[in-house]
Ligand binder design. Structure first.
Ligand SMILES: NC(=O)c1ccc[n+]([C@@H]2O[C@H](COP(=O)([O-])OP(=O)(O)OC[C@H]3O[C@@H](n4cnc5c(N)ncnc54)[C@H](O)[C@@H]3O)[C@@H](O)[C@H]2O)c1
Length: 399
């Protein structure tokens, strides 16, 4: 009987566990006691799932490693952040592989879903071989299947996304087992035999997006320096057949600000100094200074006092999510609040203090700042204009 263990039940692991457990006996394992307690009572603090989504599932939750003992497929969805010096931090993967090493048996399948640089999956396959005395692609099968889920996006749910699956075997039994499981959590499975190519593909997807947004952020600032209308410039350029439009904005979260560092790390290991991979990082990171500067300019120009009431819209790293990791919006809010004590934010997806919920009292604010183009903010923009409130829309989302 197939029993699957999903290790790490965050933004990626929970959807994977919920999808798979519609058919297969699944253990959701997380080292966080708090997370296991919440999920066991059908509560997802990430606010991606409601209690109904936990119904009719063959899913149990645990933070006890001994519960892994009957599993034969292990899916690893643990964090892959960067350290303070921007180097990859693989400690979470190492820990989960160490946990698995005590339980794997002949014919078990281990699938890494975390974003990594090329070579990591095979590195940990070797680590498992050393720890267990078993052989990869003979006794156990180490695979890589990067996740592309887009939290907060109702149209890109796990079942609507094509999934890369890399494994280096022709063993029909293994491939058919994997297909049965992964068809529950993908639109189409795209098989690859080269794990390193799949790892690289995932890392470049996010790096490309980081770079594209950085380019548009620079064009936005340049337009402003030249006193030109950014939206008009883009509208004109987009009439060319091969111009690709992106939206400027704040880049944060667990992926885009991290993955380019994973790629540049492996480039350096291959004695290649890249010029482009990381070039979006400083541009995108500096956008928080750009916004803070715009706010200061606006306050000075309008001769406003330190006591004014300010409302900042959109505080998590992107619209529709509660995730505050690497959120530039949060950094901007904290910086502004230090000087202007009466600064509040509105973000219907985030649940922390200082949240302003009563939109009816909008009139009390002197200045409203839009950090997100989310559809829930558009009516607030209109209302702000109607009420003659000063509006700052630094990314030209609604202006
Ligand atoms: N969040 C996204 O939008 C997204 C999208 C695609 C890919 N990814 C990638 O997926 C991976 C996971 O990201 P996430 O956003 O789900 O992270 P997350 O922080 O939301 O969740 C990770 C979970 O793993 C748990 N954990 C840590 N170490 C563990 C261990 N040894 N054993 C079991 N559980 C452990 C943590 O307690 C946490 O609950 C990362 O590599 C990320 O880059 C994330």
């Amino acid at each position: 009987m197939v029993k699957i263990c999903v290790l790490g039940l965050g933004y990626v692991g929970l959807p994977v566990a919920l999808g798979i457990s519609s058919k297969f006996e699944t253990l959701g394992f997380d080292i966080s006691k708090k997370r296991i307690k919440e999920l066991s009572s059908k509560f997802d603090s990430n606010r991606e799932y409601s209690s109904n989504d936990f119904n009719r599932k063959k899913l149990t939750f645990s933070n006890k490693t001994k519960d892994l003992r009957d599993s034969n497929i292990y899916i690893i969805c643990v964090p892959t952040p960067i350290k303070k010096n921007n180097l990859p931090d693989l400690s979470y993967i190492k820990e989960s592989i160490s946990i698995i090493s005590a339980y794997i048996k002949s014919n078990d399948i281990i699938i890494l879903e975390s974003t990594v640089y090329p070579g990591v999956t095979e590195h940990f396959a070797k680590f498992l071989e050393l720890k267990t005395g078993l052989k990869n692609n003979k006794d156990f099968y180490m695979c890589y299947s990067p996740e592309r889920i887009n939290p907060g996006d109702k149209t890109k749910k796990i079942k609507n996304i094509n999934k890369i699956f890399a494994v280096n075997t022709n063993d029909k039994k293994i491939l058919s087992k994997v297909k049965k499981v992964y068809k529950l959590i993908s639109k189409e499975i795209v098989f690859s035999k080269k794990i390193k190519e799949a790892e690289t593909a995932k890392a470049i997807e996010n790096t490309q997006r980081d770079l594209n947004i950085a380019l548009f952020n620079e064009i936005l600032i340049l337009s402003q320096k030249m006193n030109l209308n950014f939206n008009e410039i883009i509208k004109l350029a987009a009439t060319k057949w091969n111009f690709i439009k992106f939206q400027p904005g704040l880049v944060g979260g667990h992926c885009l600000p991290v993955d380019p560092y994973y790629l540049s790390f492996i480039a350096r290991k291959n004695k290649f100094r890249t010029n482009t991979l990381l070039s979006g990082r400083s541009t995108n990171n500096n956008m928080k200074n750009y916004v803070v500067n715009e706010i200061s300019k606006c306050i000075k120009k309008n001769k406003l006092s330190n006591k004014i009431k300010i409302l900042i819209l959109g505080i998590s790293y992107k619209y529709g999510v509660s995730d505050l990791r690497n959120s530039l919006g949060l950094k901007i809010f904290n910086k502004i609040k230090k000087k202007y004590k009466n600064t509040f934010f509105y973000d219907p997806f985030v649940n922390i203090k200082d949240k302003f919920t009563n939109i009816k009292k909008l009139k009390n604010f002197k200045l409203i700042i839009f950090l997100s183009s989310g559809k829930k903010y558009k009516p607030i923009f209109k209302k702000g204009i109607e009420n003659n409130i000063l509006i700052l829309d630094p990314f030209n989302y609604f202006s």
